[in-house]
Design a protein around this ligand. Structure first.
Ligand code: ATP
Ligand SMILES: Cc1cn([C@H]2C[C@H](O)[C@@H](COP(=O)(O)O)O2)c(=O)[nH]c1=O
Length: 210
């Protein structure tokens, strides 16, 4: 069996950057690597619907935490065969966001009173009902919300196809997500986690990962 590694963090934490570098390093070492980025924009109707909702379309769809979580989960469910096949073929599978994103953002949006309920709901939905593979390892790129938000808005200025969405510009939400991620790491939620200081130059972040 292959290995499934999920890279997690706030919007703008640098996940895409680090995943690209991890993929290149693993290929250099001769590994067979499969990389997926969730949401799978342009490849999945539910991912596109979620993104459009985050940019203010589809009425009040964005307001429903459970409906948004379901859209993201359905996107992953549609990639289930790809994930299982890659793992059965002994690939190293690297995911830029995975189920923990759904747990963290949903819990952060609902607040402490309902957080554990929705975290359990997401795990049950994705791992038991949709039979998605549980990650072997999860990595949190720890970047303070102010830094990550600055990176996300800086990127939006240079990449016209990546305008800042409603989650990315919500400082309270980003702080809440950061706290929930900390709790998931602390609890070693679903698998082993590691934490890397992402508030450093890219090479320094990679050096922490060995
Ligand atoms: N370690 C770093 N130091 C400074 N800038 C960085 C670092 N890593 C990434 N960046 C820059 O920050 C911006 C966001 O990075 P990236 O797109 O990799 O983040 P992300 O976590 O994948 O974001 P999102 O979740 O919003 O898709 C990009 O402009 C990228 O070049
Ligand atoms: C996969 C996934 C994502 N989200 C949230 C996290 C982000 O704010 C947005 C979009 O992701 P991107 O990396 O900025 O493109 O959606 C989520 O709530 N649940 C998920 O499963």
């Amino acid at each position: 069996m292959g290995i499934l590694v999920a890279v997690e963090g706030l919007d703008g934490a640098g996940k895409r950057t680090i995943v690209g570098r991890l993929e290149a390093a693993a290929i250099d070492r001769g590994a067979s690597v499969r990389t997926l980025a969730f949401p799978r924009y342009g490849e999945s109707i539910t991912a596109d619907l979620a993104s459009e909702a985050l940019h203010g379309r589809h009425g009040d769809l964005r307001d429903s935490v459970y409906a948004m979580a379901l859209l993201f989960a359905l996107d992953r469910a549609a990639a289930r065969r790809q994930l299982h096949d890659a793992l059965a073929g002994n690939d190293l599978v690297i995911c830029d966001r995975y189920t923990a994103s759904n747990a963290a953002y949903s819990a952060a949006r609902l607040g402490a009173g309902a957080a554990s309920e929705v975290v359990d709901w997401v795990a049950d939905l994705e791992f038991r009902r949709f039979q998605l593979p549980v990650p072997d390892h999860q990595l949190l790129l720890g970047v303070p919300p102010e830094v990550a938000m600055g990176r996300a808005s800086g990127r939006a200025e240079t990449e016209a196809d990546r305008p800042v969405d409603t989650y990315e510009r919500d400082a309270d939400l980003q702080h809440a997500v950061y706290r929930v991620y900390g709790e998931l790491v602390q609890a070693q939620w679903m698998s082993t986690w590691s934490w890397a200081d992402g508030d450093a130059a890219v090479d320094a972040v990679l050096a922490q990962l060995g």
